[in-house]
Design a protein. Structure first.
Ligand code: NAD
Length: 483
């Protein structure tokens, strides 16, 4: 696969300056479609992390501390406008880095400003209150203060969207931030740093460092100058971060993996179900935390749903993610490719039937795998119990509602799920019974800044989005005044 490539260079961003790593080292980001390096970025280490955290600490105590909440809110609005202005460029950088469809990334950039508008609007709504007590000689009130320096660590699948979920509430609350994007997708976050400057944030309020491998993230999460960690990524790394955070009891939120289930009842509209499943698991080549990778379908409609799903899936057009008619691009990197293809083998070894796909794409090769449908799937199979983070969906049948709920909850993850039914009472009843942070009824994969998102169990700690998210970046202080 080829595309004319001139290597683009990006700088890290510390204390309002574009900088190289102190060591002078760089690494190259690979375009998953061409398999060629396309960008060169700083390979920051603990020295750079220290500079970034020190700059963020200084900014926390500098002029930023004197900004009113209204002024912070206005800057967030301005940043949203600049992102909207440069949406096409930011989208292209993400597609070059992670191979997701350009039109999907353009769509994501178009909604990104909503997060800055929403949290910018909330900035001046967070306040303390006077607390009534039974001590008449005291006036007691609470203050909300910024939690301090935030370390924001993001994965490669939706770098700027998932970063916005962190920096918009954190900046609204008055925090300062050091961001470390995934080593596979550094470009869009480094480009955002330029817009943060242009919006007028004081130097050091947002710093961006990049680095290959786990070391940069480790140096950041273990740095004593960090007051709050906001992490999105795998459950495996989430556990490491929770252990690191335990040493200094650093406040931490973790948005982790999932193995979400659709529950399909016989009265559901079959076409909507098939659209929901396809959009939920094959979009972004299955590389979304909320991928609906398990389909639990009532035995009466299992055959009809499977047949339609196979037919629809067989028409998915794989190809260059930059082209407008491509429906599925490559997986994002070699590690991810190895995981997905390993699961094709596991599925067969564990006794599932491959109803569609199950191979590397014979025409495109490279990092292209086929969208894959497994049937005769049971909960113990590895492809059904483990997060694959690829375009693989497993179909299991059920005969009654209680079974379906038990199967949906038969996972240690708890990020999302869906109920497909036209019976309104059943929809709400089953939604209440599913142990997951988000349940859609007759829909899938819709998110909004106003709505909390996060997981139960191995899917993480805390919720992003929603009005309460801003409070997660504050400390409450009670002040007692003797009268
Ligand atoms: P990952 O856990 O490998 O990496 C995530 C980030 O952590 C990257 O920036 C990485 O460089 C950094 N990192 C790696 N090791 C580290 C360490 N020891 N200390 C500190 N930082 C470290 O995840 P990924 O492969 O980039 O992304 C895929 C995973 O993210 C999937 O499991 C997916 O479900 C999850 N995800 C969750 C959500 C959500 O909102 N719940 C959203 C998107 C992705």
């Amino acid at each position: 696969m080829s595309r004319t490539t001139t290597l683009r260079s990006f700088a890290a961003h510390i204390d309002g300056q574009s900088v190289s790593a102190q060591s002078g080292r760089t690494y190259r980001s690979i375009d998953p479609f061409t398999g060629e390096p396309w960008a060169e970025v700083p390979d920051c280490d603990a020295t750079d992390v220290d500079l970034a955290v020190t700059a963020a600490r200084r900014a926390l105590q500098g002029e930023w501390a004197r900004y009113t909440a209204t002024r912070r809110g206005k800057l967030l609005h301005r940043l949203g406008e600049l992102i909207a202005r440069d949406a096409a460029e930011l989208a292209e950088l993400e597609t070059r880095d992670n191979g997701k469809l350009l039109r999907e990334m353009v769509g994501q950039m178009a909604v990104l400003p909503e997060w800055f508008t929403y949290f910018g609007g909330l900035a001046d709504k967070v306040g303390g209150s006077v607390v009534p007590t039974d001590k008449p000689n005291f006036l007691v009130y609470t203050r909300s203060e910024p939690v301090g320096v935030v370390a924001a660590i993001t994965p490669w699948n939706s770098p700027l969207l998932l970063l916005s979920w962190k920096i918009a509430p954190a900046l609204a609350a008055g925090c300062t931030i050091v961001v470390k994007p995934s080593d596979h997708t550094p470009a869009s976050t480094l480009a955002l740093a330029r817009l943060i400057d242009e919006a007028g944030f004081p130097p050091g309020v947002v710093n961006v460092i990049t680095g290959w491998g786990p070391e940069t993230g480790q140096a950041l999460t273990s740095h004593p100058g960090v007051d709050r960690i906001a992490f999105t990524g795998s459950t495996e790394v989430g556990r490491i971060i929770a252990r690191t955070a335990a040493d200094r009891l650093t406040r931490t939120s973790l948005e982790l993996g999932g193995k979400s289930a659709h529950i399909v009842f016989p009265d559901a509209d079959i076409d909507s179900v098939v659209n929901g499943i396809v959009g939920g698991v094959f979009a972004a080549t299955g590389q979304t935390c909320m991928a609906g990778s398990r389909v639990l379908v009532h035995e009466d409609v299992a055959e009809a749903i499977t047949e339609k799903l196979v037919e629809r899936t067989s028409r998915i057009k794989l190809g260059d993610p930059m082209l407008p008619d491509t429906e599925m691009g490559p997986v994002a990197n070699q590690r991810q490719f190895d995981t997905v293809t390993k699961h094709f083998e596991y599925a067969v070894e564990d006794g599932a039937t491959i109803a569609y796909g199950g191979r590397v794409d014979p025409e495109l090769g490279g990092l292209f795998v086929q969208p894959t449908i497994l049937t005769d799937a049971t909960l113990e199979m590895r492809a059904v119990s483990q997060e694959i983070f690829g375009p693989v969906v497993a179909i299991t049948t059920f005969s009654d509602e209680a079974d379906a709920i038990e199967m949906a909850n038969g996972t240690e993850f708890g990020l999302a799920g869906a109920v497909w039914t036209n019976d309104i009472r059943r929809g709400h009843r089953v939604a209440a019974a599913i142990r997951a942070g988000t349940v859609w009824i007759n829909a899938y994969r819709v998110v909004a800044p106003q709505v909390p998102f996060g997981g139960f169990g191995l899917s993480g700690w805390g919720r992003e989005n929603g009005a309460a998210a801003i409070l997660d970046y504050t400390e409450s202080k009670s002040v007692w005044v003797e009268l």
